[in-house]
Structure formats: structure tokens, C-alpha cells
Design a protein around this ligand. Structure first.
Ligand SMILES: [Zn+2]
Length: 352
């Protein structure tokens, strides 16, 4: 089969590799129908994730068709259309039993991390993928939800909702500010209303992103390049700051911005993938009664979000900016990596 293979920092190739095979009775093989590229894949390509070694097939999002099942698989059969979770959970380890699927210890060498696709095992940017723990890590794609929309549930919708909205403890009436209006920030914006946010403020340096965030549910927009960006945000509150400040960029400055706009008693929810340490002004913040959260998505809300998507209650179509055939994945990477110029959000790859 053909697959997108990481060949060391800055290098990748769409090339022939051996087809995946069942290695454990809990495995299935899935023919990928639709996949996409995540900002995390770009971090990997920069060499920011050293656990990814040359030769690894990238990608952790996908919708496909089951072609083969291991002898221990009971919930799926060949021909089923499925959504793959970016988190592989065995459902039986101590973390899984606590609902912390993101830290599944499994038996795939994941050492306490459930995100293994395109990381510790071969991923979904390929014609076929081996899915471990299939019974507890895949979801049937219902009639009426397209593969293109379903693939948004592999990672970005659950990540935005769980790490931004839920970890941020969003409640009815809250003012929520989301710093970073890329795909995951927009997933926070488009799900914050589920918990009753009164105002959702999109904050970004790119005015195009600030403007388009309104299509995803933002009620206000602030360009963080403006000298009075902070005053603009504060003017949408009672003067004391936002209830929930969500970081969806992954750099020190945007995290600090969150700590500057959160009200006493509020929440800072980090969603961004950081590559550098961030300083925390504890000398100022210790007295503020704020909670700071962070983490890797569990995807335990995937089925709930799928029900909303099936009823047209998530702005799925708005996330899709580009479409390519799967074997044009190199062009798709180029488009996605130049998002500031191409206005790329989710770049959808579909197999022929
Ligand atoms: Zn587990």
C-alpha cells in the first residue's frame, strides 16, 4: 500500500510500504476512506516529538471501512464504516477504568499515553491502518453523517470540547475567550455554547480568522495585534475578566495572555501543544483563586458529539477548507503548512 512516511525532521514521503496485518486478537484492519492533517503532524515533522522515529506512518484522524477483524473483536465486522478515535484505549487498564483513556497503558508500548497512531504505531495517512483495541476505540459512522464530517470527531471536536470547554468548567452565563482561532480553537468556539456560554470571544492575530470565527459561534472578535486587545476583551466582561480563558495556540505568550484576562475564581484551560517551557506568574496569581487545566483528549465525548453532528448541530462543513485525493497528500501538507496564506482549516484527504 501507499502511506505518508516520516523520514526524520523536515522529511516525509508518500511511498510504498507493507500492508498492515492483524497482530493481536483485538485488532482490526481498516481501509482509510477519509483522513486529514493535524497541527500535531506539523510539530512531528519539525522534530518536536522525538518519540516519533523515522519510518513511522503519520496521522491520527480517520474514517474508513473495516476489511478484517481479529478473533477477539465483537463489536465490528468487515464492511462496517467507522470513525477512529485519535486515542487508542484498551478499556481495561487502571487509567481506562477511571475514564482517563488518554493515558491508557495498553500493551502497544504506549507507556501511559493513549495517543499512539502516527506517534508510537503507524497512523492513518495511509491506504490501510491497523487499529488496536478496536472494540473500545472505534465508532460506527451513522447513516447521514459523511466521512468528511465524521473525521472531525477523531480529534478536533473532542479536543476542543473536552480540553477547552469541559476542563475550563464552562457554565451558563460565562464569558469565554478563546486565544487562537485555528481548527482546534474553532472547535472550542463551536462547542462552548453547549454549556451555556453567554459570550464567546475569538482572539487571534489574523483578522481573517477573527472574522470567520463568527461562523463557528463566536459572539465577539478581538485582534490580539491591537495595542488595546486586553481592554477590548475586558469591555465584554464586568471589568474583572473572563470566566474561562482558553489557550489554543501553544506558545508562551498566548498562555500568559490567558492569565492576564481571567477573572478571580475563573479558569485557564490550555489546549495548545507547547514546545517550550512557559513561565507562570505565581507571585501575582497565587491569590486569584484560578484553576489552570491542561491535558490530552480522552475522546469520551465522541459519541455525544456524533449525535449532535448527526442532527446538524455542529458547524462541521465550516471546518473544511480544502479537499484533495489521498495520493495528493504531499500537496495537502504544503497547503496546510502555509495556513496563513492559504486560509487552510481542515484539509480533507479522500481515497479513490
Ligand atoms: Zn487502558
Amino acid at each position: 500500500m501507499k502511506a505518508l512516511v516520516y523520514e526524520g525532521p523536515g522529511q516525509k514521503a508518500w511511498k510504498d510500504v507493507p500492508d498492515p496485518t492483524i497482530q493481536d486478537p483485538r485488532d482490526v484492519i481498516v481501509k482509510i476512506d477519509t483522513t486529514t492533517i493535524c497541527g500535531t503532524d506539523l510539530h512531528i515533522l519539525k522534530g518536536d516529538v522525538p518519540a516519533v522515529t523515522p519510518g513511522r506512518i503519520l496521522g491520527h484522524e480517520g474514517v474508513g471501512t473495516v476489511t478484517e477483524t481479529g478473533s477477539g473483536v465483537t463489536n465490528f465486522k468487515a464492511g462496517d464504516k467507522v470513525i477512529l478515535s485519535c486515542v487508542s484505549a484498551d478499556g481495561s487498564c487502571s487509567f481506562c477504568k477511571d475514564g482517563l483513556y488518554s493515558h491508557c497503558t495498553g500493551s502497544e508500548g504506549q507507556s501511559g499515553i493513549g495517543w499512539i497512531f502516527g506517534h508510537l504505531i503507524d497512523g492513518t495517512q495511509a491506504e490501510y491502518v491497523r487499529v488496536p483495541y478496536a472494540d473500545t476505540s472505534m465508532y460506527i459512522l451513522p447513516e447521514g453523517v459523511s466521512a468528511e464530517h465524521g473525521v472531525l470527531l477523531s480529534d478536533i471536536f473532542p479536543t476542543g470540547f473536552e480540553m477547552g470547554v469541559q476542563y475550563g468548567q464552562t457554565k451558563p452565563g460565562d464569558v469565554v475567550a478563546v486565544i487562537g482561532a485555528g481548527p482546534v480553537g474553532l472547535a472550542v468556539i463551536s462547542t462552548a455554547g453547549l454549556y451555556g456560554a453567554a459570550k464567546i470571544i475569538a482572539v487571534d492575530l489574523d483578522q481573517n480568522r477573527v472574522d470567520q470565527a463568527r461562523r463557528f459561534g463566536a459572539t465577539h472578535g478581538v485582534n490580539s495585534g491591537d495595542s488595546d486587545w486586553k481592554e477590548q476583551i475586558m469591555s465584554q466582561t464586568d471589568g474583572w475578566g473572563v470566566d474561562v480563558a482558553v489557550e489554543a495556540v501553544g506558545i508562551p505568550r498566548t498562555f500568559e495572555m490567558c492569565t492576564e484576562i481571567v477573572r478571580p475564581g475563573g479558569n485557564v484551560a490550555n489546549v495548545g501543544v507547547h514546545g517550550k517551557p512557559v513561565s507562570l506568574e505565581l507571585d501575582r496569581l497565587w491569590i486569584e483563586n484560578i484553576d489552570i487545566s491542561m491535558g490530552l483528549v480522552n475522546t469520551d465525548t465522541l459519541s455525544m458529539l456524533l449525535k449532535l453532528m448527526a442532527e446538524g448541530k455542529l458547524p462541521a462543513e465550516e471546518f473544511i477548507s480544502h479537499r484533495y485525493p489521498l495520493d495528493d497528500v504531499m500537496t495537502a501538507y504544503d497547503t496546510f503548512s502555509r495556513a496563513a496564506e492559504t486560509n487552510a482549516l481542515k484539509v480533507i484527504l479522500t481515497a479513490s
